[in-house]
Design a protein around this ligand. Structure first.
Ligand SMILES: *Cc1c(COP(=O)(O)O)cnc(C)c1O
Length: 384
């Protein structure tokens, strides 16, 4: 069981706010804040290079921390500055040729879909089943040897469900294609074990459920993917003589040399913090908070919860009859309740299919108390 008093005491922002935007950018806990602030101070005292070398062991340990968190080997981990950067770096390394097919799910996130569309790929959206999750049977019917990549969103940004991953990965591997798991909304909320899930590539961000600093991301490129980075800098290779260089092994080549060291240290602290609470514990607690949120919303006249799926995530999406989503968000903010709005432009396939344009999104983390969720529901009821 998560000790609510302890995690709330560790969360400076959670007392004055009912913070329900963890799918956007969660409130970092005190150990993350301390790490970032201390390192920025140290950079000001002795300079960025020396400050980083003082923490070299801790920075290197970050690969093992994330390997444990994400079920892979330390050399399969790369740190980036966002989930999209991770996703793009992986895509860039996949040798796609004209005629190759790329499948996505209806939950596909705009940045991923846009990158593929901009490059001119024919992308095909796998239909959803009656529960709203990816239809694995339908996907099997679409798979052939020309499919080279399947992009799977674990938890959609616009609410509701958790997609099945292992079944998808097994089927996709039977035709020799790669599975790229967008775990942006699942890392820090749910167990994400690359080996157990059987995926080849995982992308994620620091600032969402993991509660890390902004401007941080992670990429897992498993050895089985057989990918080497294409766009590299001095981090990825050693320039040994004017016409000779050697690419370093492992996923580190997907990183660039320069990065925010304070933020990286904060990200590592966030992962350690999550693992110290226990990812299974976090998942169970978030699931309970979200169920409570959905059940209180269901009692409010005019409110419709739009979540789909057999397994539900910590992201609760809803609308209020006759009230624009932005107005609901802004009225709630006046009552110290933070929620966000999710738009069809972020998840076109899914929102268009469901005839939805925008929804209010409430994403309670484990540090939000049941009393605060009740406060949120009362604010939704009262807000004019
Ligand atoms: C937020 C989000 C992303 C992008 O993450 P960034 O860190 O902003 O690049 C990708 N996929 C999903 C499902 C998301 O919710």
């Amino acid at each position: 069981m998560i000790d609510l008093g302890a995690v709330r005491a560790d969360t400076p922002g959670c007392h004055d706010l009912v913070y329900l935007d963890n799918a956007g950018s969660a409130l970092p806990p005190a150990p993350v804040l301390r790490e970032v602030q201390a390192h920025l101070r140290r950079e000001a005292e002795i300079g960025g290079y020396r400050a980083a070398s003082e923490r070299a062991d801790d920075l290197e340990a970050g690969y093992a921390v994330f390997a444990e968190l994400l079920g892979c080997e330390p050399h399969e981990v790369a740190f980036t500055d966002s989930a999209s950067r991770s996703w793009l770096a992986a895509l860039d390394a996949i040798p796609l040729k004209p005629g190759d097919r790329v499948l996505v799910t209806e939950a596909e996130y705009h940045s991923n879909a846009l990158a593929l569309l901009h490059l001119g790929y024919q992308i095909e959206a796998i239909p959803s089943d009656e529960s709203g999750a990816v239809d694995v049977q339908a996907m099997k019917g679409m798979l052939d040897e020309r499919v080279k990549l399947v992009s799977l969103v674990h938890v959609p940004t616009n609410g509701g469900l958790v997609n099945p991953v292992r079944e998808v990965a097994e089927a996709v591997h039977s035709v020799g294609a790669l599975v790229l798991l967008d775990a942006c909304q699942s890392i820090g909320q749910l167990p994400v074990n690359a080996a157990e899930l059987g995926v080849d590539i995982v992308s994620g961000t620091g600032r969402k459920w993991l509660r890390g600093p902004r401007g941080t991301g992670v990429l897992v490129v498993r050895d089985q993917a057989g990918l080497r980075p294409r766009l590299i800098d001095g981090k990825a290779a050693l320039w040994e003589s004017p016409d000779k260089f050697t690419l370093s092994p492992g996923a580190k080549g997907f990183e660039l040399w320069e990065y925010g060291v304070a933020e990286r240290l904060g990200l590592i602290a966030a992962a350690r913090y999550a693992m110290s609470l226990g990812i299974e514990e976090i998942a169970a607690t978030v699931s309970g908070r979200a169920a409570h949120t959905r059940s209180l919303l269901a009692e409010i006249p005019g409110v419709t919860v739009h979540d789909l799926g057999r397994q539900l995530s910590g992201i609760v999406s809803f609308d209020v009859a006759g009230r624009p989503a932005e107005e609901v968000r802004d009225r709630l903010w006046e009552r110290a309740v933070a929620v966000s709005v999710t738009y069809a432009t972020s998840t076109q396939y899914d929102m268009t299919r469901r005839g939805l344009d925008r929804l209010v999104r409430a994403s309670p983390h484990y540090y939000v108390s049941d009393e605060q969720i009740a406060q949120f529901a009362a604010a939704v009821t009262e807000a004019p």
